[in-house]
Design a protein. Structure first.
Length: 488
């Protein structure tokens, strides 16, 4: 028994065409489907009222999320079409769940489904059985394809070959470096670890003309939008830079399902130590309530609150930067137990660190610098003094012209000044303050973590301080050095 729609004298047909992705942009596959569907409609005497197409995957994109299919449904619900014509059932759906939706639509609206490979009457039990069998076969084909893809991925990982389909920034498709991009990526690792903001890196790359390898929206496989999605224009954002810097491929590591599996056979952009330092740094910035890197501050998430044990984070009170208690990680409503001016807290902690270094004779590296051998410098100093004396004697004896003596002594005096400066610097040791000041922020924070067992902030208390007492006192910061930093 046929549906009522299929028994009408002049039926209105809407043609539904679909292909997963149009990589060439010429829509050849869609045109072939349309010709076959129009030939069927002409042979049956149906009136084609509309042609609708989608360039999305039937496996990954549900019927309800396809714009073209939604247009078909609106026409049916408005009573403007009696049947749907497609090249094959798998052009409409490969999902059993979506098929049940299609069956419900056919029963509710009394519509037919015709395909160039044979009609399927979804209003009869036999037609529904055939449709379910076809959908089950399509699902099995999809699963087999997925299994083949998994095996191919496993093989690429085992051989260390690149797995990317689209050229990643910094590389060519074959895994060789694209020099200008790779140099920019390496510089970004250095700059961000030194305190530069991701947004600044993104802006500099955009100004330099660099673009992401985001797919062309005209030919890319359609899918539902994701959180923090790529920009189709290819312009860099802080999100895109963060994602790039955390990609293990930059240290030539193969990944599978998000896990690092082994070494790749392509050239790394950065060494593993640098990559892991960056990954740890950026992972810390993504934790709930984290302020690491937001204001590029010294004590954020290193100092803690004595009331709740939660980390101190950077914030602002008016225009003044401060450290304020962020509260326990699992109790976001319990925070603000104590606060300190940012500059004041930094000065107190750094002052204690430098005093400890002076008291124990410690350097930032934990090692004393090797003494410089000044004996060769001293020997050359004596030689120059003798040469200058000989020039004067030769001039007095009439052996040299005055101009020659002046030129010779000028050169010797310049060399002598450089030697004496080197001897003087060799006897001078760089102060702890100078050592610490030369470090990048991320290195200074690493020193603090290594040096202190804890840095705790005590609430100042309510009310104004007594007359003559400062508002902020160093006693509000408790510190304890680790055993390694407690002795020379």
């Amino acid at each position: 028994m046929q549906s009522a729609a299929l028994t009408r004298t002049t039926l209105r047909a809407v043609l539904y065409l679909r292909m997963s992705v149009d990589r060439t942009g010429n829509r050849a596959a869609l045109k072939s489907q349309e010709l076959a569907c129009r030939a069927l409609a002409l042979a049956r005497g149906w009136e084609v009222v509309d042609v609708v197409d989608d360039t999305v995957s039937a496996t990954t994109v549900r019927l309800a999320d396809r714009p073209g299919w939604q247009r078909v449904v609106r026409k049916i619900e408005a009573g403007e079409a009696d049947l749907i014509v497609a090249w094959h059932l798998d052009r409409v759906t490969r999902s059993l769940k979506d098929l049940e939706f299609l069956i419900d639509l056919a029963l509710e609206r009394d519509i037919g489904l015709a395909t160039a490979t044979g009609d399927i009457d979804l209003t009869t039990d036999v037609g529904r059985m055939v449709a379910r069998i076809l959908a089950a076969v399509a699902t099995a084909e999809t699963e087999r394809k997925a299994e083949r893809q998994i095996l191919a991925n496993d093989l690429r990982v085992s051989t260390g070959r690149p797995q990317w389909i689209r050229r990643p920034f910094g590389y060519e498709l074959d895994g060789t470096l694209r020099r200008a991009e790779a140099a920019a990526v390496l510089r970004a690792y250095q700059d961000v670890l030194a305190g530069k903001a991701l947004t600044t890196v993104a802006r500099e790359w955009n100004e330099a003309g660099f673009r992401t390898s985001a797919p062309d929206p005209a030919t890319a496989r359609a899918r539902a939008p994701r959180r923090n999605d790529y920009d189709p224009s290819g312009r860099w954002s802080n999100v895109a830079v963060r994602s790039l810097l955390r990609a293990p491929r930059n240290m030539a590591k193969s990944t599978l399902y998000g896990e690092i599996m082994g070494d790749g056979n392509w050239t790394p952009i950065v060494d593993e130590t640098t990559w892991r330092a960056m990954d740890l740094f950026l992972a810390g910035r993504e934790r709930p309530g984290s302020t690491v890197g937001k204001l590029a501050t010294l004590l954020s998430r290193i100092a803690s609150c004595t009331v709740c044990g939660g980390p101190m984070g950077a914030s602002k009170r008016g225009s003044a930067p401060i450290y304020v208690c962020q509260g326990p990680v699992d109790e976001t409503l319990s925070r603000g137990h104590c606060q300190l001016p940012l500059d004041f807290a930094d000065r107190v902690v750094v002052s204690r660190l430098l005093q400890q270094m002076e008291a124990t004779g410690r350097t930032m590296s934990g090692q004393q610098p090797a003494p410089m051998d000044v004996a060769p410098l001293k020997a050359r100093e004596n030689e120059i003094e003798l040469l200058m004396a000989e020039l004067v004697e030769d001039r007095a004896a009439g052996l040299l012209e005055r101009a020659a003596v002046l030129t010779g002594t000028a050169r010797l005096r310049e060399e002598l000044a450089g030697i004496r400066k080197s001897v003087l610097e060799a006897g001078r040791r760089e102060t702890a303050d100078e050592e610490f000041g030369k470090l990048a922020l991320v290195e200074q924070r690493a020193v603090l973590r290594d040096a202190f067992t804890f840095i705790r902030v005590i609430p100042r208390g309510k009310g104004r301080p007594k007359a003559g007492q400062p508002t902020w006192r160093a006693a509000l910061i408790e510190t304890e050095f680790t055993p390694a930093w407690s002795s020379p």
